[in-house]
Design a protein around this ligand. Structure first.
Ligand code: PLP
Length: 360
């Protein structure tokens, strides 16, 4: 439609509309000019591993070792692929809470695993029910994946639930993968709980994070994983024999993101919050649609079932009639049917246009 000249309001995107901060770009260019164009250590440059561990150790009073507990990866996505493919064997079960980011299921299947879905219910604001989770654990359960704040629902896992999930995983020797990629994008007075705040030694746990969302660096492909040495060693084997390492200048940019982008992070969060508030106010005025209020993350998950329960058809009609693109909730699992996902990290005018065009 865009090629035929139609203007599309792109709300289906999964990334900030901002460009990467200048301070980060400048540092990467400087590194290139200085000749940092060679292979690096397969685990990532020492400075970046040390800085990340120091940051987490300060915040959570942990004792992460930059030589043992961290691996810099080409994006959080690759980190998830590494851990699943190194530990999940044919027939192993991987528990996934839905609605869920689409890659978890595919990666589990690629490793020969069997995805087992725990459906989070809309009556419960899509929050996790510990009992529903526990009922899905079997002798074959190898791993559980959690994501908080969640893509697409924006919900944050409550501390008591997180604690119970960690306890069960340790007791039953199940690997817990915690995808915390949206941990710095938190709305209002909500609080995100990292697995590190409950499980400082990361026993049986793997924490996945990255630079894509917080620092608007999706195209740079840089993420990382924190875990016990045994898991890092397993993942490192795949990294060493596939991509070898991340480009040096990319990692220098990531270093600058942590050191020099506080203002950017604050400003962009204010912007996402403003977009969320505009939507919230619009939905409070009534109309056909309802929104599960996001507590964090980059998205709003909107109930469109009073118009059409088939979210794919709803999105097609929305696109054809209004030129607005959104993601059908069904792609995030059965429990997402009847919903659509739109991105909050876009220009405010687009959010206003969305509100106007769907006649809230
Ligand atoms: N995890 C979640 C929940 C995501 O939404 C995304 C990207 O959309 C990722 C991980 C992967 O991010 P990246 O590979 O860019 O670090």
């Amino acid at each position: 439609m865009e090629k035929s000249g139609k203007k599309i309001v792109r709300l289906e995107v999964g990334e900030p509309s901002f460009s990467t901060p200048d301070s980060v770009v400048g540092e990467a260019i400087k590194a290139l000019k200085e000749g940092l164009t060679h292979y690096t250590h397969s685990k990532g440059i020492q400075e970046l591993r040390s800085l990340l561990c120091k940051k987490y150790n300060l915040e959570f009073k942990t004792n992460l070792n930059p030589n043992e507990n961290i691996l810099i990866t080409p994006g959080g996505k690759q980190a998830i692929f590494y851990i699943i493919s190194s530990l999940v064997d044919k027939g192993d079960e991987v528990i996934i809470f839905t609605p869920a980011w689409v890659s978890y299921e595919d990666v589990a299947r690629m490793a020969g695993g069997i995805p087992i879905f725990v459906e989070c219910k809309k009556e419960n604001n899509f929050d996790i029910s510990f009992e529903d989770f526990k009922s899905k654990i079997t002798k074959k359960t190898k791993a559980v994946i959690i994501n908080s704040p969640n893509n697409p629902t924006g919900r944050i896992i409550k501390k008591e639930i997180l604690k119970k999930i960690i306890d069960v995983c340790i007791k039953k020797d199940i690997l817990l993968i915690s995808d915390e990629i949206y941990d710095k994008i938190i709305f209002d007075k909500n609080k995100h709980y990292s697995i590190l705040s409950i499980n400082p030694k990361l026993k049986n746990c793997v924490l996945v994070n990255g630079f894509s969302k917080t620092y608007a660096m999706t195209g740079w492909r840089v993420g990382y994983v924190l875990a016990e040495k045994r898991f890092i060693d397993a993942m490192l084997k795949i990294q060493q024999n596939t991509v070898s390492c991340l480009s040096d200048f990319i990692q220098r940019g990531a270093l600058a993101a942590i050191e020099k982008s506080n203002k950017f992070v604050k400003k962009s969060l204010g912007y996402y919050q403003q977009n969320k508030d505009i939507l919230k106010r619009a939905f409070e005025r009534g109309g056909n649609f309802k929104m599960i209020e996001p507590e964090g993350g980059l998205y709003a998950f909107i109930d469109v079932s009073s118009i059409n329960r088939n979210s794919s058809k709803f999105c097609s009609t929305l696109l054809e009639k209004t030129g607005i693109s959104a993601v059908p909730g069904i792609v995030f699992g059965k429990s997402g049917e009847g919903y659509i996902r739109i991105c909050l990290a876009v220009e405010t005018e687009k959010i206003i246009e969305f509100v106007r065009k769907i006649k809230l």
